[in-house]
Structures are given as C-alpha cells and as structure tokens.
Write a protein of this length. Structure first.
Length: 805
C-alpha cells in the first residue's frame, strides 16, 4: 500500500515491484588499510565480460547496484599493486544484498627504485557524465582560490570581469556542496575569491544535468565540494598558508568531524586575507565631426577579508533514517582604492583635457543560511525519500566616495572638482522547500521525482549625495529603491531503465515563475508569469570493456540576475555609466551531446547548443556627450558547437599526465534597431597537468593552460596562458603536508580584447595579480577513517547565484 500511495502522488502508473540486487565489497592493502579510488570491475564468470566498473570511495568501499541474476567475480587494480580477483559468487533471489569479504591487494613486486607509489585520484577524471577535478590531488592548488581552480578546469574560462564561462558561454550555475549559491556577478566572484583552495575537495562540471536539477544555468552546472572527514571517532585538520604577488595574501582554517553510531557533528571555519591589484587600460576612439580618443589607465588596489563558517549535525534515528541541521555563512569585507586617469586627445593626439578620478569603496557582505533535512530508506529495495527546508538571508552594504576633476591645458586652474558618494543597501531573503523520491519498480526500472518551491524577496536602496559648497546634500534624482519578488514552483520526474549494456534516462521538469519588479522612485513596475517545460534525456551503451558511447539532450533556462533588473543608473566616472534593464527576458538553451569512452579513460565528446533571447552586455555610446553606458539586453540567438578530448598518459609508473583539449565555435546573431552584428570564431582551450611521484613522499606538479582568441557577444578576446609548478612533501606518517607553488610564471594570464560596431571602438587590456608564490602547511589529526558528513543538495543554490550580492 505504501508503494501505491507514493506512486500515485507522483502521477505515474503502477508496476510490479521486485527486489534489486546489491553487492558491497571493501578494498584494502596487506596491512588492512583501506585503498581508496581503486578501479573495481564486476565481470561475468562465463566469459569474463565487463558488467560494471566503479571506483572505491575514500574508505575503500565499492557498491554495485541493480545487478541481474548470474555468476560473477570482482577484479580490482591500482597502480603499484597486483591486480587481484575474488572467487566466483552468485546473485539470485535468495541473495539480494551481498557483502563480500575484503579484497586484499598486495604491493607489486617490481621495484620503482625507491619511488613509493601511493593510491591517489588523478587531478581530472570523467565519471557518471561529469568532469571531476580532484583538487585535493593538486599540489599547485595550494594558496589559490576557487576562482583560480576554475580557471584550470577543462572547458572553463574566467573573463576580465571574473565571470565564469563554460564551453565559451556564460550562464553556468555555481553550486556549493550541492546547494545553489544565490549569487551572481561581482558578489559571486568575491565569494569564489574568498574560498581557499585548501577547503575544496572536488569540483564537478555537468554539461547536461538531469531533470532533478533546477533548470537554471543554460550552459550547465559547476558543483564545488568542500572537504569533509572520511568509522567512528574524531578527525579534522588545520591549515595555514602565506603567499605573495605584488601584495601579500594569508589564509588559515580548520575543520572537524565527530561521528558516533547515533550522530555526526561536523564543522569548519576559514579566514582569508588577500591584497591584490587590478590594472585596466581602455582606449576609446570616437568618430564624428570632431574625432577624439579617450585613453584611460585605471589602477585598483584591493583588500579582501573573509570569514567563512559551517556547522552541522546529522542524527541517525535508525540506520535507514537520518535528520540533520546545517548552518553556514560568511562575513566578508572588501576595501578598494581606485585611481583613474583619462586623457582626452584630439587630432594629432594633442591633449584636449584630462579627467582624474579617485574612488574609495568600502563593502560589507554577510550571509547566514539554515537548512533542515531528512533522508529515509523505506525498504530493502532502495526506495528513498528526502526533504529539505532552507532559509537564507543576505545583507550587503557598499559605501562609495568618488572625487573627480578636469584638467584643461589652456586653463590649468579651472579643474572643476566634483565629489559624490553613495550608499547601497541590499537585503535578500530566500525561502525554499523541496522533496525528492527514488522509487525502484524492479531491478532495471526506477523512477525519480520531486517538487520544489522557492520564494525570493530583494530590497535594494541606492542613496546618492553630492558635495555642494563643502557639504554633502542628497541627490534625490539619482537615488532609487528597487523591490523585486520572485517565486518558482517546480516538479520533475525521471524514468531510468537499464537494458543489457544500455542505460536510458528520460526526464521532464516543469517550472512556474512569477516575478514582480518595482522601482519605487521611478514609479514603474514589471510583472511576469510564465510556465516552462524542460525535457532531458540520456542514453549510455557499453559495447565491451574498451568501448562505451553516450548521448544526451537537455533544455535549460537562464533568468536575469536580480541586480541586472534594477533600472537605475550608477556612475563609474564622468564618462562611464552602468544601469539595469527591467525588461530583460530569460534566455533558453537546447543542448545535445555525444560522447565516446575508450578503455575507460580516453574520452571524446561532440556537442551543439542553440540559445534564444541570448543575454549579452551592451555598450551604448553617445557621440555627443561622449558617455558610454553599459547594460544587459536580449538579442536574437547564439549557436554553439564544441568538441572535447580527454587524453591521460602514463609515460612511467611515477609520471602521470592529464591532457584536455576543448574546441568551441560560438556564433552570436545580434540584430536590433541600433546594431546588426554576427560575430563568431573557433576557439580552443588546452589544459595539461603533469604529476611526478618521487621518493620519500615527495610530489612535483607542472600545469598549464592556453586559450586561443575567442568571441563573447560584442567582445573579441586575444589569447592567454598560465604555466605553474608546485612541490609537496608529506611527513609524520602523512599527517603533515607542506606545499610550495608558483602560479602564472610567465605572466600570460591577461585579458586583451576589443569591441567594435557602429561608432563604438574600444580596446581593453586588463592585468591582475595572477603571478604568485604560495606556501601552506596542513596538519591532520584524529582518526582519518571517520566517515564524513552527508552531502546535502538543498534547495536554495540557484536563487543565491542570481542575487549579485
């Protein structure tokens, strides 16, 4: 009866339920220590053909689900150890859940001349349709941030404004531990900059997410997994690091995990203090009756401090039912001083005038998110239900002082000084609730379904004051209050069916969006209500142990960021403005992908996408006032095509190479009354990581990437590259780890680009503190075999991604 009720609730026709078979096995060395990330293959006895392949987890445990009746054996292999197999065993109705004796691997007898080969994951791997970056395995990640790591990810780029691009396109959704961040733009970039790489375990890149995920993010999802403990007891670690480029950087942090048979208590705290710079140069040529050139040199010195925290408790009601509470957040401060000198020249490059601007920014940004969750296994066949409720609050305050003055060669005394200040207050409240069901019907057929509701309220107040006769007075015409409310109601269902050697997944997600944006000052209001359907599918077929192919399709949406809907104007200097666009519409993307895997490690993919109502940055230049205004707007569409190749190599047993080549072609059809531009280019991203395992627990890593020239909307960017190196030493039975690395040795990570259309002609050159030396120390304490906290996929990440605060 319980099955029937659940089934009817999710609106599907009933099917006879049979029990699914499950096999569990642990992999260990001759001393009984678990061997994580071991290749474990399930084979048939009759012909040794491959049925399934998995990697053991951090505790050396491997599980095979949905196994048909038959006779099998398991084979395990790991570099530096002898390949070993289990005796034959049977799977039948009388043996539904099989737990095999531990499989012990002995070290290979062949000496590597003092080189100790230890089990570790490669930096980049492909698993379950996702590209995985094992950040813990990287020496060169030390001292960096989440944004630095993303720059090294296959197919990922970070532009001059710290926006993350995937396959050459914007619109990627960033998640933290399965939760949407609710941030976008500058604040998302600051969050990623505030996350030390030492706190990150893995980064997952999913280009074709299933219907279970929010439909937001038209190019895919990037999920950043933070470190957790990995048997009953207490464990944790303490990390401290220091580095320097032009300015110093510091970070420290700690995490702990305490697990008993009834509860798991976990938490972490991280402090990050980073001083860095940004140097931008703009050359803007204005044609007309009196042609002029604006040459701007902008130098910004910034200081970013962050305090991140997370604490949670899982209570095991029974072995199959768990409730939990999770509290996480941050307290960040951001200071910057910006000097901008703009030379305005006329014919013959003669100086007409010069604008000097000094800006002081003082930002405060805090967040607290509370999550309540439940997960239960309802029977022995794998029926599961999980529920999450979230409340997230953000507060952002920016205080800006801007002073500028004009210099005229013919009258140096008349500099016409001007001073303004503004205070921005942003409060965001996000409420979310969701429930997910996993319902197997038999050993080859399974339903996943769920519902979600999210409710967002944003209150943005912008207050301008202008200095007049030595006193600041309110500038009411420039101030604004913008209130935005949005709720999204969603439901999804996914059917998964397994045939002989083939796995098929069909999904459909429905989302009803209601939004209300009101500019109190301008007395304008934009309300929208729309219903969307997002189908998805994937199919994978394993021909044999060496050949596997897959195909996938998904439709996704990218809603405008909240701050881009705010219609009011903000000032960068006398000639450069920015504003929001309340009439922005969502963009929709259809993506199809074909993949091929050879010998379980060489991977090639081909993909194509079409985005309608594409959202791009637009620069509007007034040739009379010389003012350039930046804002987002919808254009007709963009077409994208991409190909990727993952090529791992092992020249020796102590030298491992991972190569990734990504080719993409994006064509933007930009047509409206003011501009007609079709821009396109074939771009390549090449990434390579070389890892050397040396004697006495030493490890060396060389890494680098190269991006060819690319196009994004109205901008054309030139090539860029980054080459780095790092060394690691483990001591005291691997409880202490020392890392030293240098990034961007040849200072090739710079943005150089142009935007040319109609009368607009801009050249941009942007440099930042990409070249750094970093040193860090990590000390692990307690029982290293403690099983860590559960990863929660709660309901608030996408809304956080879009806050822009």
């Amino acid at each position: 009866m319980e099955k029937i009720i659940l089934f009817v609730l999710f609106a599907f026709v009933g099917t006879e339920i049979t029990y699914a078979q499950k096999i569990n096995i642990s992999i260990a060395d001759s001393k009984g220590q678990p061997l994580p990330y071991t290749s474990v293959l399930l084979r048939q006895i009759k012909d040794s053909s491959l049925v399934k392949g998995e990697l053991s987890d951090a505790s050396g445990i491997c599980t095979f689900d949905k196994i048909s009746d038959g006779r099998y054996f398991i084979q395990a292999s790991l570099m530096g150890y002898t390949t070993t197999s289990t005796p034959a065993f049977s799977v039948d109705p009388e043996h539904k859940n099989i737990k095999l004796s531990p499989l012990v691997l002995s070290q290979a007898s062949k000496s590597l001349q003092g080189v100790t080969v230890s089990a570790q994951k490669p930096f980049i791997e492909r698993r379950n349709g996702a590209t995985i970056l094992n950040v813990e395995s990287s020496v060169a990640a030390s001292g960096g941030t989440a944004l630095d790591i993303l720059q090294r990810a296959p197919g990922v780029q970070v532009d001059q404004d710290d926006n993350v691009l995937l396959k050459g396109k914007k619109g990627v959704t960033i998640m933290l531990d399965g939760k949407l961040t609710y941030l976008s733009g500058e604040q998302l970039a600051n969050l990623l900059k505030s996350m030390p790489a030492e706190t990150i375990s893995q980064i997952e890149i999913i280009t074709s997410p299933s219907a279970k995920y929010d439909a937001a993010g038209n190019t895919g999802i990037i999920n950043i997994k933070t470190k957790k403990g990995v048997v009953t007891g207490i464990n944790g670690s303490v990390t401290a690091g220091v580095g320097a480029g032009r300015y110093p950087i510091y970070n420290t942090g700690t995490n702990f995990n305490w697990r008993t048979e009834k509860f798991n208590l976990f938490g972490n705290y991280d402090y990050n203090n980073r001083k860095f710079f940004n140097n931008r140069k703009f050359i803007r040529n204005i044609s007309g009756d009196i042609p002029q050139t604006f040459t701007s040199d902008i130098f910004a010195r910034r200081n970013f401090t962050s305090n991140g925290f997370k604490a949670g408790l899982d209570y095991f009601i029974t072995p199959k039912h768990t409730v939990g509470v999770l509290v996480n957040g941050f307290r960040n401060a951001f200071y910057s001083n910006l000097w901008n000198r703009t030379a305005i020249t006329g014919a013959g490059q003669k100086l007409d005038s010069a604008l000097q601007t000094y800006t002081n920014n003082n930002d405060r940004f805090r967040n607290t998110t509370v999550n309540l969750n439940y997960k239960g296994q309802l029977d022995t066949m794998g029926t599961e239900i999980s529920m999450d409720a979230d409340l997230a609050k953000f507060h952002y305050h920016r205080n800006v002082h801007l002073n500028d003055s004009m210099y005229h060669p013919e009258d140096p005394a008349d500099n016409n000084p001007h001073a303004i200040r503004n205070n921005t207050f942003t409060d965001i409240t996000i409420k979310s609730i969701k429930a997910d069901l996993v319902l197997p019907f038999n050993k080859t057929l399974k339903l996943e379904a769920g519902v979600k509701g999210s409710f967002v309220t944003t209150n943005n107040v912008l207050l301008y004051d202008s200095l007049r006769q030595g006193k600041y007075e309110p500038a009411l015409s420039q101030s604004n209050q913008f209130i935005y409310k949005e709720n999204v109601l969603a439901a999804y269902a996914t059917i998964k069916k397994s045939f002989k050697g083939t796995d098929v997944q069909l999904g459909l997600r429905m989302e009803q969006t209601n939004s209300d944006g009101e500019s109190v000052t301008l007395q304008s209001r934009v309300k929208r209500s729309y219903l969307d359907f997002f189908p998805s599918m994937s199919a994978d077929h394993t021909f044999n142990e060496s050949h596997k192919m897959g195909i996938s399709y998904s439709r996704r949406i990218n809603r405008p960021d909240y701050d881009n809907l705010n219609p009011f104007v903000y000032f960068l200097d006398k000639y450069t403005y920015g504003k929001g666009n309340p009439y922005l519409n969502p963009e929709y993307t259809n993506t199809a992908e074909l993949s091929y895997t050879f010998k379980q490690k060489y991977i090639a993919t081909l993909g194509a996408s079409v985005t309608n109502h594409v959202i791009l940055e637009y620069l509007d230049q007034d040739d009379v006032t010389k003012v350039t205004t930046s804002y987002e707007k919808n254009f007709e569409r963009s077409n994208g095509y991409y190909a990727t190749v993952t090529l791992p190599l092992d020249p020796t047993k102590w030298w491992n190479i991972t190569n990734n080549i990504n080719l993409n072609y994006n064509k933007f059809h930009i047509k409206d009354t003011s501009i007609n531009l079709a821009s396109s280019i074939v771009a390549m991203n090449y990434q390579s990581t070389h890892t050397f395992t040396l004697p006495d627990n030493w490890k060396l890593e060389l890494n680098g990437y190269y991006n060819t020239p690319f196009v994004w909307g109205i901008f054309r960017g030139r090539s860029q590259f980054n080459i780095g190196a790092g060394v690691q030493k483990s001591l005291f039975n691997k409880r202490a780890t020392f890392k030293l690395n240098v990034s961007d040795i040849f200072y090739g990570e710079q943005f150089r680009g142009t935007a040319k259309y109609n009368s607009l002609d801009i050249n941009i050159h942007n440099r930042w503190q990409s070249r750094r030396v970093n040193f860090s120390v990590t000390w692990n304490f307690g029982n290293s075999a403690v099983k860590g906290a559960r990863e929660r996929q709660t309901g608030t990440s996408e809304e956080q991604r879009r806050t822009g605060n």
